[in-house]
Design a protein around this ligand. Sequence first.
Ligand SMILES: [Zn+2]
Length: 316
Amino acid sequence: MNPLELPFSRTRHDRAAHRRTETGLLDRLRQESTTHALVLHRKRLAVVGADAPRAALLAPAGLPEGTWVYLGEDDGSTYVALLLPDDVEDPPPPAGADGWAGLRELTAGQAEALAADEDPTVLVHGLSVEAVALAGWHGTHQRCGRCGTPTVVVQGGWARHCPVDERETYPRTDPAVIMAVVDDADRLLLGHAATWPEGRFSTLAGFVEAGEALEDTVRREVAEESGVVVGTAPGDVVYRGSQAWPFPASLMLGFRARAVATEVRTDDEEVTDARWFARAELHDAAAAGEISLPGRHSIARALIEEWYGAELPGAW
Ligand SMILES: [Zn+2]
């Protein structure tokens, strides 16, 4: 498990990647009684349960047409996902499901069960994260990136093949760094984004650029967004854990970073305010509602609370 408590990273099933190339895999699995299907439409999952909905696990027989992908196996059962066509407007939930829900909503409703490592919540949530990430990729990669020809789904839904230039493309993930920047007085740097409601603060973050090492991304993003300088000595940028964030295709890589120059000068475009918080100051501001901190399922929250050493009050 990750060193941080990260609900999106909780998973139990075996992706069994070696099975993806089996001939006729999905056609065969759809006939088997041990196969269970998650159904998605535009990255929303068919769900059961009203209070804390979770992805419905349905028998494949009788489900409508769509793209089938192989997710993996666990304890004698096999799991697949059915991606309904994007161009269908408002499809009804399949028989056996109560409605549709997005992954953030599901995660929020299951946060306690995930934190307690409860089954089958962990199993179903892990499958849901995988399925949503794949659904997002299929939705935006219907054509070959080189010649524009419609591509064909192969390898159990884990690749798309261009029949013209025999090129295959694979699901991509966009790395992003997110960092708890701490100074030598043990204060934490948090920023306020231009698009956020007043009082909302979180750790700085940003996408890794082409040809860039993670440590350099951390230093560049902190400098761009806050003017603060992160050190280059060994140990000044330390990896803490990661969390899939398929909105649409990110992988959040969490770091602790040490500031060597603390003067704040925000870019006033992405980040309009950045402040240093001492421990008691952050706790009291959050408790009083003067600031609000990131949601409890985010890696930002985990990084902040890891620095603080305990849970903090309030959340978005
Ligand atoms: Zn092509």
